[in-house]
Design a protein around this ligand. Structure first.
Ligand code: CP3
Length: 342
């Protein structure tokens, strides 16, 4: 029997949508916090295959999600290319910046990334042995634009200002960064698939800050190149694209990139998604993540709303963005029970 996530990705409309959740292995879970403490810090956890596999499995054991997502981070690729990367507690990631040709020329390329990323492929191998037979294993990478915003600014930024500035001031360098990341992403995802990932997801968390032609060139086109190359290398491999906050640009994204599924955030309504996006293929989303903090009847009502609105086509239930550390683990259980038991 084919796994439910794979059936939805193949375009099947299921009576109950399969479920997983962005950041399902994360700080809202006490067992995650314990394993992270055992590893020492977040990056040590990412590069420890036994412990990274353990935290990936924790939400599967606790809740029985239909998919597990590899535990790693989108910023491991820049680190593997030679950028310095560290996390400041309570603030987020910091990287050495790339804003000049000289800094870009110091980056590596090609097979060298695997020297750093090998432990991630080991995690995938462990997971493909240990996951329950019905659970789909999702590998992932950041989209070139989103990863570039962190590499250029050296940190997360509210408006991606430094990346937009480099794009305006030195477009040739900006495009070289996008190209290097596109190639690196294909190599990184390929190794994940060879190790056992059954689906890959491309996270473009900041796609919404690219407007008009910039969106087409730096969000859509890299997603198309990565999707097409992955499908050429691995025929039949399902690809999920997440151009977050794309708004109207969600329309046509399946067809233009070849992605099997487009994940949508909660700035669009499920009715709008059903009308404009789902006719082109599977969609994933889009419960507002704050419901996982507030819970109660509001959570139940909103789950029913999302499920009903998207019940006429292929749908994978998820949040519109990752679950936050202040979420109540009981609300995740309530979410799953509400979907599976009606
Ligand atoms: O979803 C999962 O459970 C799989 C693992 C995963 C993580 N990050 C683990 C993580 C995935 C798929 C990501 C993707 C990621 N990482 C994105 C794209 C998705 C999104 O959320 O928009 C981005 C932008 C990053 C970069 C990143 N990593 C930031 C900005 C931060 C700090 C902010 C924060 O939430 O703390 C991280 C850290 C991070 N990545 C954590 C986890 C579980 C928290 C680390 C900790 O334990 O302190």
């Amino acid at each position: 029997m084919t796994k439910t996530i794979l059936r939805a990705l193949a375009g099947e409309t299921l009576p109950t949508p399969p479920i997983w959740m962005m950041r399902q292995a994360g700080r809202y879970l006490p067992e995650y916090r314990a394993t992270r403490a055992q590893a020492g810090d977040f990056l040590s956890l990412c590069y420890n295959p036994e412990l990274a596999a353990e935290v990936t499995l924790q939400p599967i054991r606790r809740y029985g999600f239909d998919a597990a997502i590899l535990f790693a981070d989108i910023l491991l690729l820049p680190q593997a290319l030679g950028a310095d990367l560290w996390f400041v507690t309570g603030e987020g990631p910091r990287l050495s910046t790339i804003t000049t040709d000289a800094e870009f020329d110091k980056l590596g390329k090609g097979e060298m990334i695997h020297d750093t990323l090998n432990p991630v492929y080991e995690t995938v191998k462990i997971l493909s042995k240990e996951l329950p037979a019905e659970t789909t294993l999702i590998g992932f990478a950041g989209a070139p634009w989103t990863v570039a915003t962190y590499m250029i600014a050296g940190k997360g930024t509210p408006d991606q200002g430094p990346a937009h500035a480099l794009k305006a001031e030195n477009r040739a360098l900006f495009e070289k960064i996008i190209e290097r990341l596109t190639e690196g992403t294909i190599d990184y995802l390929s190794k994940q698939v060879e190790a056992g990932a059954e689906v890959v997801k491309i996270f473009d968390s900041w796609a919404g800050s690219l407007k008009g032609e910039d969106f087409d060139k730096y969000a859509l086109e890299p997603a198309r190149i990565i999707t097409q190359e992955m499908k050429a290398r691995f025929p039949g491999l399902p690809v999920i694209a997440f151009p977050r906050q794309a708004g109207d640009k969600y329309i046509g994204f399946h067809k233009a990139t070849g992605a099997d599924c487009v994940a949508v955030d909660d700035s669009v309504t499920p009715e709008w998604v059903a009308e404009h996006v789902q006719p082109a293929g599977c969609v994933q989303g889009n419960l507002k993540n704050t419901h996982m903090v507030t819970g109660g009847q509001g959570l139940i009502d909103e789950i029913r709303h999302v499920v009903k609105a998207l019940s006429g086509g292929p749908h994978i239930f998820n949040l519109g963005h990752g679950i936050t550390p202040d979420a109540d683990p009981e609300n995740v259980k309530l979410m799953i029970d509400t979907i599976r038991n009606g």
